[in-house]
Design a protein. Structure first.
Length: 421
């Protein structure tokens, strides 16, 4: 019996159908376009991590925030080593633009070694608390601590006022912003004003879009062709992130951070025999600080801005908790954790895969549990995390500022253009 052309075609079609069915069974969550078939809940979780960039934000309690002249002064101060007591360290010594405003060290190094990792300054204006322990409630108040800390810049209000006041360009820019001279006789005010200029500058550092943002927006508008450009490994990692891993519970929203603090199950000995109290110590430092949003130095007059500081209270569980960092640009900011003890994203994922539950507080970070990831799952999660970086995050260039004219009216400087190119 001869099948003929029709029978051969029918058999060929049947074999192709069986092959397609086998592929579908092997990859039940992948469709023909090379895109995972995300559930409605997964899509909801994914969309919650955008859009990016978010609505503009301002440094809390800082009347100079967003002012071009203040940003220009802040940029000049950020790179000025003479502000330090020994004239050898600037803010940029630890927050290097070429390293996404980190330093690549496990722990920062100022006048002496420090006990914590240098956080990135990208998008800091969108955070709620500052420092790994949240000891500051604004960018400007956070800037004061490293200026005065003997281990960091080892400066003083008097030294800072004298440095600004005796440099023609710095003095001119300061006068344009604050309508007064940097005066050693009123050194505390000069210190706070300089910190507000630094807060205005760092508050202008908002990173650009990432591969994830392009995928997220394409998913929202139903653009399947654009969605398919996102690597499958990153899609699988994203599914783990918003699903079984529950990573989005802490790394939530467009910033990939809930802005709070947690115990991650890592040792918190800063050195043998010395424990870093984390958030517990940070709250004590915040309440003792003369530079909070509740102080007379703050420009905040509304209770909505002050309320977060007014009501923060230390709990026993805060001991050993550290800030949940933003994951934006995370691939550019190694090493990781509050003291840099994990060298790579692979090590971070391995930590959460094999988490030691006995190390967590007894009252519990119940959302944390060992993920027991397979090698491919771990690699997929790392692939996803790598898509959260803005390609320009390590290419920010300091803007050349025009000379400050001493007789120019205050506030008449062009914007220094602090966004990444």
């Amino acid at each position: 019996m001869s099948w003929g052309a029709t029978g051969a075609a029918a058999l060929s079609g049947a074999l192709l159908a069986l092959a397609s069915a086998a592929t579908a069974l092997a990859q039940p969550n992948r469709n023909a376009a090379g895109v995972l078939a995300f559930t409605a809940e997964e899509q909801r979780q994914i969309l919650s991590h955008g859009p990016w960039p978010p609505a503009p934000a301002r440094d809390a309690g800082n009347a100079q925030a967003s002012r071009p002249a203040a940003i220009a002064l802040g940029q000049a101060l950020f790179f000025e080593t003479r502000l330090s007591g020994k004239a050898n360290t600037s803010c940029a010594s630890c927050h290097l633009p070429a390293r996404a405003f980190t330093d690549g060290r496990p722990r920062a190094l100022g006048q002496a070694p420090l006990e914590r990792n240098t956080p990135s300054l990208w998008n800091a204006v969108h955070e709620r608390w500052y420092g790994w322990d949240g000891a500051a409630d604004s960018l400007w108040s956070q800037a004061i601590r490293p200026l005065l800390d003997e281990r960091e810049m080892a400066s003083s209000a008097t030294h800072l006022a004298a440095t600004i006041g005796t440099d023609a360009q710095l003095a001119c820019r300061y006068r344009q912003v604050f309508h007064a001279d940097a005066d050693a006789a009123d050194a505390q005010r000069t210190l706070v004003n300089a910190a507000k200029a630094l807060g205005a500058f760092t508050g202008s550092l908002v990173s650009g879009r990432s591969a994830f943002d392009a995928f997220r927006d394409a998913l929202q508008r139903g653009d399947r062709r654009a969605v398919a450009r996102y690597p499958l490994a990153a899609q699988r990692g994203l599914r783990l992130f918003v699903g079984r891993g529950q990573c989005q519970v802490c790394h939530a929203g467009p910033m990939f951070s809930n802005g709070e603090f947690g115990d991650t199950g890592l040792p918190f000995f800063s050195r043998p025999g010395v424990v870093d109290p984390g958030r517990h110590g940070g709250i004590a430092a915040l309440r003792a600080s003369p530079y909070t949003l509740l102080s007379d130095w703050s420009d905040a007059s509304d209770e909505a801005t002050r309320i977060k500081t007014r009501h923060v209270l230390a709990q026993p569980r805060n001991f050993g908790e550290f800030k949940v960092p933003s994951l934006r640009n995370v691939a550019d900011t190694a090493p990781y954790m509050h003291d840099g003890q994990l060298a790579s994203l692979t090590e971070v994922v391995a930590h959460y895969s094999t988490l030691n539950l006995e190390r967590l507080h007894a009252d519990g970070e119940q959302i944390l549990k060992p993920l027991h990831l397979s090698p491919r799952e771990a690699a997929d999660l790392v692939a996803f995390l790598r898509t959260l970086s803005d390609p320009g995050a390590t290419h920010w260039q300091r803007r050349t500022l025009p000379a400050c004219a001493t007789r120019e009216r205050p506030g008449h400087l062009p914007s220094p253009g602090t966004q990444a190119p």
